[in-house]
Design a protein around this ligand. Structure first.
Ligand code: IVH
Length: 678
């Protein structure tokens, strides 16, 4: 009786295994699942229960290993049957053409072709299959010997535990490929880790590498690792090709990249590289270049290997977007409102196409969360269209003698005491005469989006402030009386002096809303300024209202109201207003008769990213209804770029061109709609 039961359980176990194997393939490799997760879990549970009943029937290829077996103490070393080679790197088209010339010379007269593949930014892995079953998996190690991490690899669902119908030639093989993590999975995982107070990973690759080194496969099983196969080692005839092998790998049940292409010549290879350099962000995972392989296996053999790299393949890399460099120091920068921002002073590195030597560190909390110290080796990232950022620290490279960074107590520009208000992330310098703030306020005042005073950039402002020509933006309007002195300044002359004075004079005709933005009231951006003006169309009205009047305006919260009140209560600020009034600056709005219909007349908008309260089409309709125009590309003619969630390269372009960018609340107030959250 018992043996009858056992034999029927054995059959059921076998059936469950092949069924689960098929579902893994459908779900993780083909992305075409045919059953629900719950149904899958039920099958897995049934298998595990039966295996518990008959432990002697557990085989190495059982899908029950997917959830992780017993922890290992250490990973035994394995010698690779064929060394795991690395690839020579190239970074530009000339070097790739040199590679092609060498190939041509060595192959002689025969025609040859290439296969181009994505270069996955993960961890190289080798998998051994014996008579169709996955028996051993290892890391690359030094290329000759790696770590045996079979139990960890078994938890990666896209790695087949048994091959799908292998023919005799393909039952005992080695498969090489990359274990990696999708960016989105990585982000979610880090978010969860942060929630429970665990250290976050720097990037998907580090995260994949760190995961494979874990000694508890049960934890590995919970991490979102993927696998892609790109190389097959089998005893096969050499009239075959690498591209055929990729198809073979797919047939055997491995995930193989759908983006691999045959290329007839090196020009096609270069096209492939350009395409992916441009489109890499559309992929869900990171790639750091392409891999170019001579297609024919006979040609590969003829070309052979030198040192540790094959002569038949090369990595054609993209300019790195994430690099390591040394954080030489952290300095403090004082903004126009007295905000003190820490800045990373870096050992210059080339990343994402430019050399980076400075990056903002935002505030004290950001520095503490990253755990970075001056002297540390840090990770600097620069995506296709983002500002460089310091995203992590390589603790293993920390040298002795480093200390955590302290903000100190004095403003680096004026020496006044700095302070960090409760519940705020920033430190402030309270001294409104602080030269750094003075410069910042004047630069802001002159900015294109504010009073738009041409020629009054950072360097000129610095010179004028240092030589005490100006101490406040109101002083700009008195410069007329000092035309001669200006003209005699170093690098100036009459022409530049009169140009600047003309530009300053022209700024008196800017509309009141721009003036209100330009005078630099904390928390009053361009959108808020417009909103204020719509409700209080003159500075006199604004100066005589109460905090409650302000808070009644939808879109104006206590923070803004407080700041506006605070600004106009200050005697010094009131004096500046009076001096500007004398200079003829517009301190009241002159509404045209058809304000509402033409509020945005002749303004050109570009929308980027998604808005939470409007679809793109609705936003477009609103703008057009108010007389504005919407175009799809950012140019010098653009007036505003509306920046939604996950804005793309248009935002970078806007920043580069100095075009005004406005966020959703600002945009909503501009079109006379309040945001949901307010
Ligand atoms: S082929 C002999 N193909 O790049 C074949 N490698 O130094 C050698 N890599 O760490 C590898 N994507 O892990 C190959 N499509 C691809 C690849 C790839 C990423 C990695 C590999 C190795 C490095 C090459």
């Amino acid at each position: 009786m018992v043996s009858v039961e056992r034999s029927s359980d054995k059959k059921r176990i076998e059936a469950l295994r092949s069924e689960l194997g098929e579902h893994d393939n459908r779900y993780y490799v083909l992305a075409q699942p045919t059953i629900s997760d719950t149904q899958y879990d039920a099958l897995m549970r049934e298998l595990m229960e039966l295996e518990k009943l008959h432990p002697e029937l557990i085989t190495p290829d059982s899908p029950s290993h997917r959830v992780g077996g017993a922890p290992t103490k250490e990973f035994p070393p394995v010698t690779h049957s064929v060394p795991m080679l690395s690839l020579a790197n190239t970074y530009n088209e000339t070097e790739v053409q040199d590679f092609d010339r060498r190939v041509k010379t060595l192959i002689g007269n025969e025609r040859y072709g290439y296969v181009c593949e994505l270069k996955f930014d993960g961890v190289a892995i080798s998998l051994h299959y014996q008579r169709g079953l996955f028996t051993q998996g290892a890391t690359r190690g030094d290329g000759t010997q790696g770590d045996e991490i079979t139990q960890n690899l078994k938890t990666i669902r896209s790695i087949p535990l048994r091959l799908l119908n292998p023919s005799k030639d393909f039952a005992t093989i080695d498969v090489r490929g990359e274990a990696y993590m999708n960016r989105e999975d990585f982000r979610k995982m880090n978010e969860e880790r942060e929630l429970i107070g665990e250290k976050t990973f720097v990037n998907p690759r580090n995260s994949a590498a760190g995961t494979l080194k874990l000694q508890d496969p049960k934890i590995v099983a919970q991490r979102p690792l993927n696998f892609v196969a790109y190389y097959l080692l089998a005893k096969q005839r050499t009239d075959s090709s690498h591209f055929d092998n990729l198809q073979q790998l797919r047939k055997l049940g491995f995930p193989v990249s759908e983006h691999s292409r045959r290329c007839k010549n090196i020009d096609e290879v270069i096209q492939f590289w350009r395409k992916w350099e441009d489109q890499r962000d559309t992929l869900p995972y990171d790639i750091d270049g392409i891999v170019v392989k001579v297609d024919s296996l006979a040609h590969q053999e003829k070309l052979g290997t030198i040192a540790k790299s094959p002569r038949w393949a090369i990595a054609f890399k993209f300019a790195a977007r994430s690099v390591q460099t040394v954080l030489k120091n952290i300095t403090l920068q004082v903004g126009r409102t007295g905000t003190i921002t820490p800045v990373a002073e870096l050992e210059p590195v080339f990343v994402g196409g430019t050399t980076v030597s400075r990056a903002t560190l935002h505030n004290e909390d950001y520095i503490n969360e990253l755990g970075i110290r001056p002297g540390d080796t840090v990770v600097v990232e620069k995506g296709g269209d983002v500002i460089p950022k310091v995203s992590g620290v390589i603790l293993e490279k920390r040298v002795s003698g480093t200390r955590p960074f302290r903000f100190g107590s004095a403003c680096p520009a004026c020496g006044s005491k700095i302070f960090r208000p409760l519940e705020e992330a920033n430190y402030y310098c309270e001294n409104s005469e602080c030269p750094a703030q003075v410069r910042g306020r004047i630069e802001h005042f002159a900015h294109r989006a504010a009073m738009d005073i041409e020629g009054l950039g950072e360097a000129i402002v610095d010179q004028l402030v240092t030589l005490e020509f100006v101490e406040s933006y109101a002083d700009l309007y008195d410069l007329r009386t000092k035309a001669k002195q200006l003209a005699s300044l170093e690098r100036w002359g009459e022409k530049s002096a009169s140009n600047l004075l003309d530009a300053i004079a022209a700024s008196t005709s800017r509309p009141f809303s721009r003036v209100l933005y330009a005078i630099g009231i904390r928390h009053v951006g361009a959108g808020v300024a417009q909103l204020l003006v719509r409700n209080f169309p003159s500075i006199d009205e604004l100066m005589s209202i109460t905090k409650e009047d302000l808070e009644r305006i939808p879109g104006i919260g206590p923070r803004i109201a407080e700041s506006v009140m605070h600004f106009f209560e200050d005697k010094h600020n009131r004096k500046l207003v009076e001096r500007m009034r004398k200079a003829g600056v517009q301190l009241a709005e002159r509404f045209s008769k058809s304000t509402s219909k033409s509020a945005l007349s002749e303004k050109t908008f570009v929308l980027t990213g998604s808005l939470s309260t409007l679809t793109r089409e609705e936003a477009k309709q609103r703008i057009e209804a108010l007389g504005g125009k919407v175009t799809s590309t950012v140019s010098r003619n653009t007036d505003y770029v509306v920046v939604g969630e996950e804005a793309g390269s248009k935002l970078t372009k806007a920043r580069n061109l100095g075009i005004r960018t406005i966020d959703e609340p600002e945009f909503l107030s501009m079109i006379g709609k309040t945001s949901r959250t307010n």
